[in-house]
Write a protein that binds this ligand. Structure first.
Ligand SMILES: [Zn+2]
Length: 244
C-alpha cells in the first residue's frame, strides 16, 4: 500500500515542508511514496530518489521540466526529461543497490581495513551543511568498522578514500541528465537534484491551488474546503466564468 500526492494532501505536505531543510523535505516527500511504517531515513539516497520519482510521476506525470542555460552559448534551454533518462553521474558503477537497506563495502588503505555503508537520507538530515567539518561528520557516519581500530578517531585521509567509493556503493545517489543545446548543438550532462525538483513542483502547485481558492472564495463565497472538493476541470470552468 503506497500513498500518493494528491490535491487533498498537497497543501498539507507543502506546509509541512516549509520550515524544514532540503534533507528533511526530501524525507517528508519520500515517506509519502514509501510503504506504510517504513522509515525512509534509513534508506540509501538512490532509493529515496526512486521513491521521489514514483511520487512525482503519480502527481505530475513522467516528464520532468528542466530549465537551464547552455554552458557553451548561454542560450536558455527549457526541455522535458523522462524520469528514465536520469542516470548516475559518470564514474559511478552501473547496477548497484537493489535492496532497500544500505549494503556495506570494504577498502584497505595503509594496512587499515575500513567497512562502510552508503549515505542515507537520515545522515544528510542529521548534518548541518553549514557546520564546521560537515563533510567529515557526514563521511564518518558511513564508517561501520575500522580494523585495526585507530588510536584516535578515523583520520581524514581514510574518510576521503571512503568518499571516493560511495558512488559505486549507491550509484543513483546523484543524478545527471544528458542535454543537447538546440542553438549550438553543444552536448553536456547537467546535475538534476530529484528532491529539489519535486519540492519546487509541490511549491508551484500549492501556490496555483491557493490562488484558485482565493479567486473562487472571493467570487462565490466558498470556503477553502469547498473549493478543494471541486475537481480541477470544474474549478477551471468556475474560474473562467467568474472572471468573465
Ligand atoms: Zn548552446
Amino acid at each position: 500500500m503506497t500513498h500518493r500526492l494528491t490535491e487533498a494532501n498537497l497543501l498539507e505536505v507543502w506546509e509541512g515542508g516549509l520550515g524544514g531543510t532540503a534533507a528533511a523535505r526530501s524525507l517528508l516527500l519520500a515517506s509519502l511514496a514509501a510503504p506504510a511504517g517504513e522509515d525512509v531515513a534509513d534508506l540509501p539516497l538512490s532509493t529515496l530518489n526512486s521513491l521521489l520519482l514514483e511520487l512525482r510521476r503519480g502527481a505530475f506525470g513522467d516528464a520532468l521540466p528542466c530549465t537551464t542555460d547552455c554552458p557553451a552559448c548561454g542560450d536558455s534551454l527549457d526541455v522535458s526529461v523522462a524520469a528514465a533518462e536520469l542516470r548516475p553521474p559518470p564514474g559511478s558503477t552501473e547496477g548497484g543497490v537493489d535492496g532497500l537497506l544500505p549494503v556495506t563495502a570494504t577498502l584497505t588503505t595503509g594496512g587499515v581495513t575500513v567497512t562502510f555503508r552508503a549515505l542515507t537520507g537520515g545522515d544528510v538530515r542529521a548534518v548541518d551543511p553549514a557546520a564546521p567539518r560537515a563533510r567529515r561528520t557526514l563521511l564518518r557516519r558511513c564508517v561501520v568498522d575500522v580494523s585495526p581500530p585507530p588510536a584516535d578517531d578515523v583520520p581524514d585521509e581514510i574518510l576521503e578514500h571512503v568518499a571516493g567509493r560511495l558512488a559505486e556503493l549507491d550509484p543513483g545517489a546523484d543524478t545527471v541528465v544528458a542535454l543537447t543545446c538546440p542553438q549550438c548543438a553543444h552536448r553536456w550532462e547537467a546535475a538534476l537534484d530529484v528532491a529539489d525538483q519535486v519540492w519546487a513542483e509541490v511549491c508551484g502547485y500549492a501556490h496555483r491551488l491557493m490562488h484558485e481558492v482565493h479567486s473562487l472564495a472571493r467570487a462565490y463565497g466558498w470556503s477553502e474546503a469547498d473549493v478543494l472538493a471541486i475537481s480541477p476541470q470544474r474549478r477551471q470552468f468556475y474560474l473562467e466564468a467568474s472572471a468573465g
